[in-house]
Structure formats: C-alpha cells, structure tokens
Design a protein around this ligand. Structure first.
Ligand SMILES: NC(=O)c1ccc[n+]([C@@H]2O[C@H](COP(=O)([O-])OP(=O)(O)OC[C@H]3O[C@@H](n4cnc5c(N)ncnc54)[C@H](OP(=O)(O)O)[C@@H]3O)[C@@H](O)[C@H]2O)c1
Length: 320
C-alpha cells in the first residue's frame, strides 16, 4: 500500500509503518547494555527493515537512555545502517528523583540539553525529527521556537513535531514557529478511541464512551488540514487483543483476522491504516517474529463495514 505523505512532510520515508524502539535496550534499571540486549535489538531492527520500515521512533527516556544507546551500538557496528533509517526521538519528560516529582520540561535549556544527550547516545550528528513528548503546562511557544531554531541552525535536528497534543495546542505552538510541525504522535488504537470518538460524539456527550474524548475533537482534522503526519502509539494495544476470549472486541478482531488469513495484530494495524488521515501506526513489539508478521497489515484493506464493526464493538456502545 503506498500513500501520499502530507504536504509538509518532507521526509524520505514512504512506509506507512514506524518501528517504536521502547522495547529495546534491556531493563529500565541503570545497568549496562549486554550483548544479549544488542542481539535482541539487532533482530528487531532487521525484522522492521525487512517489512519496509525506515522510520525508527525513540525517546530520551526509553529504558532510561538505553534504547537509544543500543541503537547507537547497532549504528556503530554497521555504519551503513544510518543511510537506511530515519531517526525520530523525543524529549520533555523528566522522571521523579529523590528531590523532584515527575514533571514535563519544554524549556529551551532542557530541550537543547536533551538533544545533545540523544545525539551522543545514538552516536549521530543529526536526528531527522524531534518530538515534544508531552504538553508541558509551563510551555512557552516562543521559547520552544528559539530552541528549535538553534538546533536546526546547528544541524542537530531537521524537523520538529509533537506528541500527545490536541489541535488547540498544535495551533498555538505553530503560531511561534517558522517551520511547520511535521508529526503528532498520539495513543490511538481499538483500545484508545478518544481521537476518533471525540469527532463522532462531540454533539452528543451522553454517547461518548470516554469523558476525555471530547477534548480531542478536531485533532485529526487539524493534522489533515495542516499536513501534520499522525502517528499512533500503542497501536497493538499492548497485546490486549491477543486472546479472542478476552472481550467481544478481541473476538471481532480474530474473526476478521481469520477471514483475511492474517494475525490479530495485522488487523489492529489495518484498522488504523484504513482511516483517511494517513495515520502511521508505531509497532512496539520487541519480538522479531511478531514484527515481521505486522508486514501483512500493509496488504490488508478493511471494508467500511469491517472498520465500523471493529470500532463499535471496541467502544462497547452503539453509535448515537
Ligand atoms: N508518545 C508517547 O507518549 C508514547 C508512549 C508510549 C509508547 N510510544 C511509542 O510507541 C511504541 C509502541 O508503544 P507500546 O509499546 O506502548 O504499544 P504496542 O505496540 O501496542 O505494544 C507493544 C507491546 O505489546 C506486546 N504485544 C504485541 N502483540 C502481542 C501479542 N500478539 N501477544 C502478546 N504480546 C503482544 C509486545 O510484547 P513483545 O515485545 O513480546 O512482542 C509489547 O510489550 C513504543 O515503542 C514507542 O516508540 C510513545
């Protein structure tokens, strides 16, 4: 399946799928990388490349830096890999420690220091896309714009995007930026329907299955109108649809998978790909075999009826 990329998406990547690297790099503790961590990451990345993926999603916090560090090891062992991949990472989340609570930080100083850490762990001079990981209540768009301007001028970051932001936040941030935001990465799947439900039930709050859903209204539309590439994290619903007996929605996913002779994961991804916004699902499995099987999704075209059967069954309530 080939799809036109949004207007402002000046990226080489044409695959509708993204590989999410949060499962790479061993445990979340502070221990050193092991050869087993490197071998697992190698197998996962090779499987992702085999199914045509070229965009790899990181964050400075994944495995407390070790997801980027293990990817850096792969790049070091095979320098030809750099030309075959696009690197995306995120900053802005700060973990709690002995002194401070967990918090968000999109100050210029924190963004710029985070990017230096990202480049150092990956062992590269530039990342293709930097995402602001979560909305910081104290964010000042002009400050973000200055930080991004300096990072771009220094050649450290090529494009800026956001994650977990709604339309109003994107619009507000964009007013200060000289360049278009290229990505918004949201949690979106049959287990997290807010962005879709926000649109279908905005005029009928009683019918909304999730109270937060209304806040998302307009987010998918903003992205499509302004050429912002949407990415879906949690696209495999963390494996929750793996067992058909787990819920009516899991059963529906399995019925449709069986009809198309494919896996439940491929159906979950195809459900996202069927949406006209051109959503890129991010695959977060660390298992090479499961990653390879996800390639089926790009060959699977769900009918309108299958799409709605999955949506309505997953929301657990008929549409108004
Ligand atoms: N922007 C954000 O705020 C944000 C937040 C979270 C994640 N992300 C990004 O999105 C990516 C994906 O997120 P995610 O990991 O939460 O979601 P995901 O892709 O929905 O779930 C991956 C998890 O589900 C398990 N899984 C998948 N299929 C399975 C199956 N058939 N049976 C059993 N287990 C199965 C995987 O286990 P195995 O590894 O064993 O396959 C893995 O633990 C991350 O890597 C990261 O890049 C972004």
């Amino acid at each position: 399946m080939t799809r036109a990329l949004p207007l402002h998406h000046h990226l080489r990547d044409a695959s509708p799928l993204v590989y999410g690297c949060m499962a790479l790099g061993g445990d979340w503790g502070g221990g050193p990388l092991t050869e087993a961590d490197i071998a697992q990451a190698h197998a996962a990345v090779e499987a992702a490349l085999e199914i045509g993926i070229t965009l790899f999603d990181h964050a400075d916090i994944y495995r407390r830096g070790k997801a980027e560090a293990v990817f850096g090891q792969l790049l070091k062992r095979d320098p030809s890999l750099r030309a075959r991949v696009q690197l995306q990472s995120k900053c802005g989340i700060r973990f709690a420690d002995d002194r401070d609570v967990g918090r968000y930080d999109l100050s210029a100083a924190y963004i710029e220091a985070s990017v230096d850490g990202i480049l150092q762990r990956l062992g590269v001079e530039q990342i293709d896309i930097l995402l602001l990981h979560r909305p910081d209540a104290l964010m000042e768009p002009a400050e973000v714009a200055q930080a991004f301007g300096r990072l771009k001028a220094a050649g450290k970051v090529n494009h800026l995007g956001v994650s977990n932001m709604h339309a109003g936040q994107m619009r507000w941030l964009q007013t200060a930026l000289a360049e278009p935001l290229v990505v918004n990465q949201l949690e979106l799947s049959l287990a997290k329907l807010d962005a879709i439900d926000g649109g279908t039930t905005f005029n009928d709050p009683q019918a909304a299955t999730r109270p937060g859903g209304i806040a998302w209204a307009g987010t998918l539309e903003y992205a499509q109108q302004h050429g912002v590439q949407l990415q879906a994290w949690g696209s495999l619903a963390q494996g929750r649809f793996n067992n058909p007996a787990a819920s009516p929605a899991a059963q529906a996913v399995h019925d449709i998978a069986e009809a198309h002779r494919t896996t439940a994961n491929a159906v979950l991804l195809a459900w996202l790909l069927r949406h006209p916004a051109g959503i890129q699902p991010i695959i977060g499995s660390g298992n090479a075999e499961r990653i390879r099987a996800c390639g089926d999704a790009t060959r699977l075209q769900l009918s309108r009826e299958e799409w709605y059967r999955l949506y309505v069954t997953a929301r657990g309530q008929a549409l108004p």
